[in-house]
Design a protein around this ligand. Structure first.
Ligand SMILES: C[C@H](O)[C@H](O)[C@@H](O)C(=O)CO
Ligand SMILES: [Mn+2]
Length: 419
């Protein structure tokens, strides 16, 4: 290892040691926290369904950066490049439209065999997989409704799709020896003011009850549900609101998914984690970056990402909160987008693990809020970056911005040659 990195680390270790923080423990903890990278950043949420339609459901990937993956082999290749540039444990989060088939298969008929390629790859990479039904970009979701649809046939189609997805998710869990988290997000909503806000929610509740009616082994599969405030073209009403899903997850004892972009602009999910943890056993996060709306920008190492990490670490929720990412930026190199966003999540976790939380807690308990604020602020400029560099070097992951050279080379040699 480079001696500069080692000596900076030695100084940082001493500095943190004076505060009672064990940097080696923090590194190991960061390495062990899996961050689930979302496959859909790699191709602008298009997927590999035969005859795939345009992206719909009120979400948008904007930009036209060249070199996006157009088949599973390319997407896996891109993911491998990105994953090698990020330290610590990773998982991959797949959507149902990323199946591999020769012929078109209806979404309510998809099977585990259509995801064998992904499982084989995940075994090679020694990573876990997570899953999502795809209840958008389909003729049966064209009018904005899926599981809450008033037409029983359409509703049943989506129920059957979600049921099929649960079996695929359980197959992931069994094949890889770690539970797959399957997150249900549906766009269901209205552009303009509904008269009846209740009936779609009742239908959504009943559909979900049917979806999860088969008991599956939690060692292999876990159900999650994701709320949302609004979608593009669905601005006035979303059936799956926060209240709807908090109540649903708590009453059905399933996971609640909090997406950082799915709330009012001044609301933050970091302040929801502790509350939700009192009522639901497990949480899933979609760490994202809303810019004025649910724009799904690449995750920054900003205050909210840091606050999310602090909430998980300070409240000892590491085994109850599954960290997933959700952004899709088509205006920059897509591999770089994964690397930037995922490294930022990992950095935020490491910084949180390096905090002298016990000291801060004691200050708070003794109502010494002056010292609490002083230490919190000084903590921001402690040499966490030397610990981060060392953690990267330990795993032979590029230190600092050196990873960018790998991505640029890959862009020249591989991405630029794609049609
Ligand atoms: C593609 C995902 O399912 C989607 O981003 C969902 O999680 C969401 O956040 C929709 O706004
Ligand atoms: Mn999301």
């Amino acid at each position: 290892m480079n001696t500069q990195i080692e000596s900076a680390f030695a100084l940082a270790k001493q500095r943190y040691g004076e505060l009672g923080v064990d940097v080696s423990e923090a590194i190991v903890a960061m390495q062990q926290i899996p961050v689930s990278m979302h496959c859909w950043q790699g191709d602008d949420v298009v997927g590999f369904e035969q005859g795939a339609g345009a992206l719909s459901g009120g979400i948008q990937a904007t930009g036209n950066y060249p070199g996006k993956a157009v088949n599973a082999a390319q997407l896996r290749q891109d993911l491998e490049v990105a994953m090698h540039l990020i330290p610590g444990a990773k998982r991959l989060n797949l959507h149902a439209i990323y199946l591999e088939t020769e012929q078109a298969i209806a979404r309510d008929k998809i099977q585990p065999e259509h995801f064998q390629g992904w499982v084989k790859w995940a075994q090679q990479q020694q990573i876990g997989l997570d899953f999502n039904p795809t209840c958008f970009s389909h003729p049966n979701s064209g009018d904005g409704f899926t599981l809450a649809h008033q037409d029983d046939h359409i509703r049943q189609f989506w129920i059957d799709h979600c049921k099929a997805c649960r079996h695929i998710s359980a197959y992931f869990g069994q094949a890889l020896g770690r539970a797959s988290v399957m997150n249900i997000w549906v766009p269901d909503g209205m552009k303009d003011l509904p008269v009846d806000r209740l009936a779609p929610r009742r239908r959504l509740m009943e559909s979900l009850d049917e979806v999860i009616s088969e008991k599956l082994d939690e060692r292999y599969h876990m159900d999650a549900v994701e709320s949302k405030l609004f979608g593009v073209g669905l601005e006035s009403y979303t059936a799956g609101s926060n209240e709807f899903y908090l109540g649903y997850a708590a009453s059905r004892d399933i996971m609640l998914c909090l997406d950082a972009g799915h709330f009012h602009p001044t609301e933050v999910i970091s302040d929801k984690i502790s509350s939700a943890s009192l009522y639901v056993r497990q949480l899933l996060l979609h760490v994202s970056r809303p810019v004025r709306w649910d724009s799904d920008h690449v995750v920054l190492l900003d205050e909210e990402t840091q606050a999310i990490a602090h909430e998980i670490v300070r409240n000892q929720l590491l085994d109850r909160v599954h960290i997933g990412l959700d952004f899709f930026d088509a205006s920059i190199n897509r591999v770089a987008a994964w690397v930037i966003g995922t490294r930022n999540m990992k950095k935020a976790l490491l910084k949180a693990l390096l905090e002298p939380t016990e000291q801060l807690r004691q200050m708070e308990q003794s109502q010494d809020y002056t010292s609490r604020l002083a230490l919190m602020e000084e903590g921001k400029s402690l040499p966490w970056q030397a610990v981060w560099d060392y953690a990267c070097a330990l795993e032979d992951v590029p230190v600092g911005s050196h990873w960018l050279a790998n991505v640029k080379q890959y862009e020249q040699q591989v991405l630029a040659l794609r049609g």
